[in-house]
Design a protein around this ligand. Structure first.
Ligand code: HEC
Length: 113
């Protein structure tokens, strides 16, 4: 049992390739945002698609999403229907630079893989 757990933990960290954004995403966002399933919050795939439709380039995507995650407010939320369904996301209290690393990972990641 413990052996199995250790092996999957190792595989998990190996799969991250030392990528800070990935580590931070799985440590801080994935508890609420599953990759593809909406459980206690919209899936990260859905959030990513919504933002990619809303912003033409990567810089705008990263800037807007980082701003929201740093300071979630009803008036800067894009997915207003989700706020009504799940309530507003809580403030997580990270530096904006850390959040930008996570958001860059979210932009680049293919959540369907
Ligand atoms: C405690 C649960 C929780 C955690 C942890 C969490 N979120 Fe959320 N998040 C939510 C919920 C619920 C919503 C939907 C309501 C809303 O939009 O505020 C949401 C919505 C969002 C949205 C869409 C905002 C919009 O425009 O409406 C983004 C982007 C987002 N989360 C990013 C993140 C990132 C990045 C992290 C990790 C750093 C994270 N979330 C961690 C619960 C969480």
């Amino acid at each position: 049992m413990i052996k199995k757990l250790l092996i999957s933990l190792c595989l998990f960290f190996l799969s991250l390739n030392g990528d800070d954004g990935a580590l931070l995403f799985y440590g801080n966002c994935a508890t609420c945002h599953h990759e593809t399933q909406a459980i206690s919050a919209p899936s990260m795939f859905e959030v990513q698609q919504y933002y990619k439709n809303a912003f033409e380039n990567k810089e705008d995507f990263i800037e807007y999403m980082s701003q929201f995650v740093t300071q979630p407010r009803l008036d800067n939320a894009l997915m207003v229907m989700k706020v009504q369904k799940y309530k507003l996301m809580p403030i997580l209290g990270y530096e904006k630079s850390v959040i930008k690393d996570i958001v860059t990972y979210i932009y680049d990641r293919d959540f369907t893989q």
